[in-house]
Design a protein around this ligand. Structure first.
Ligand code: F0G
Length: 394
């Protein structure tokens, strides 16, 4: 029903590989005319496994009831920016607090199918938290490599509490990914970074849920880090169209942090691949990545959908994080890059007034309490006295 195909040379690969022999990225391809679709796009009962007929598994899934995340409308901002409909899909409300859970439910299920007893990843935080949680559920050993001192506290706490072996390296995420890939090869551990094509299959259900709830929007805007999610969501929309369940495609709009923006630079130059960046830096540590592994897939998604890539400053990210918070949506900094991008693009005149736009909020506010405290300031402390409190009411 599906095979693992190289996006460069088109060769079919064994299911257990992460890259083609030619070095190209792999992608799961379904024989869509043979798949028996057993769901309807009726906006009901949404969750990752509603779409099981389009997910490449052969066994009972390891699930924590991921997906089915809320889509909120930002009506005040619509008026302010003069855009017809702005939605935010709050992926921070998944079990571990980020969109990674959609990929992990599929990835960890595959680890069991392949009879692996350990899984591993390099991570800027969320992947590790999610992997630790699903590995715990499945009874698998989990190893995590993090850039020491550069991962938000909530994420490290999750990975530790769910029982992963957490190792900080003196280096950045790109170093950690290079090392963990080699370690997985040598030790026979199953790699669960987004170079693993099965993870992206789970993440494509973000597209399915959007189409399920509101149809196909004009644009989907999301942060780019390792560049997996934008590729996954594009694939999801493409599949729905190929099957005939929808007949449009959204523009895929990727947003990077200025200090970590190799995909933005490649897009500006019209290139199909990136030049890795040595020292990425941003307050949005989740997307502090200089050599995104899925860059080619991401750029392909952007070009094919007639989308674009933009970069935003840390200040724009924090300002968008606060706007989301004022609308009742608590996200971590990287997540706010999508709204920061929308605001910037709208001011540049790059978003049409009658557009319906969906911003993906990728991770929960609680992931990064330290940055929140830094940008909001500490709470006031006063004596336990009613008059003192009354004096503070504004
Ligand atoms: N937003 C958040 C909150 C993330 O954690 C990530 C990636 C992204 C956006 C970017 O998604 O990599 O698919 O382009 N975090 C990874 C991690 C790298 O290790 O948790 P992407």
């Amino acid at each position: 029903m599906y095979s693992l195909v190289c996006i460069e040379c088109g060769r079919e690969n064994d299911e257990t590989r992460y890259n083609c022999e030619c070095g190209g990225l792999l992608e799961v391809r379904f024989k869509l005319d043979e798949v028996e679709i057993d769901f309807k796009l009726d906006g009901r009962d949404m969750r990752v496994w509603k779409y099981r007929s389009l997910l490449p598994v052969r066994s009972d899934p390891v699930t924590l009831k991921e997906g089915g995340t809320p889509l909120y409308r930002l009506d005040r901002l619509e008026k302010e920016l003069g855009i017809r409909k702005i939605y935010v899909k709050h992926e921070g409300l998944n079990p571990s607090g980020s969109f990674k859970d959609r990929g992990m439910t599929v990835g960890v299920t595959k680890a069991l199918e392949f009879k692996k007893n350990a899984v591993a990843c390099a991570s800027t935080g969320n992947t590790s938290a999610s992997m630790a949680m699903y590995a715990a559920k499945a009874g698998l050993k989990a190893y995590v490599l993090l850039p020491a001192g550069k991962v938000a506290l909530g994420k490290v706490a999750q990975a530790l509490m769910h029982g992963a072996e957490v190792i900080g390296i003196r280096g950045n995420f790109d170093d950690a990914l290079r090392i963990v890939r080699e370690v997985c090869d040598r030790a026979g551990i199953y790699l669960l970074n987004s170079v693993n094509p099965f993870r992206l299959e789970g993440q494509k259900t973000i597209a399915y849920e959007i189409a399920d709830e509101i149809g196909v929007p004009d644009a989907v805007i999301l942060p780019i880090g390792n560049a997996g999610n934008i590729s996954a969501i594009f694939k999801g929309f493409e599949e729905l169209r190929e099957i005939g369940l929808t007949d449009e495609m959204p523009k895929m709009i990727g947003i990077q942090a200025e200090g970590a923006s190799p995909v933005f630079k490649a897009f500006k130059e019209g290139k199909e691949d990136i030049k890795p960046l040595g020292n990425p830096e941003t307050i949005a540590t989740a997307i502090r990545i200089g050599n995104p592994v899925n860059a080619k897939k991401a750029l392909r998604a952007v070009y094919r959908s007639r989308g674009l890539v933009e970069a935003v400053s840390d200040q724009e990210i924090i300002s968008a994080q606060k706007i989301l918070a004022k609308n009742g949506i608590g996200v971590e900094p990287a997540s706010a890059a999508s709204l920061a991008g929308l605001i910037k693009l709208s001011k540049m005149g790059a978003i049409e007034g009658d557009a319906t736009v969906v911003c993906i909020a990728t991770g929960n506010l609680l992931k990064d309490p330290e940055t929140a405290m830094k940008v909001c300031g500490e709470p006031k402390i006063v004596d336990a006295d009613v008059e003192k409190i009354m004096a503070l009411l504004t």
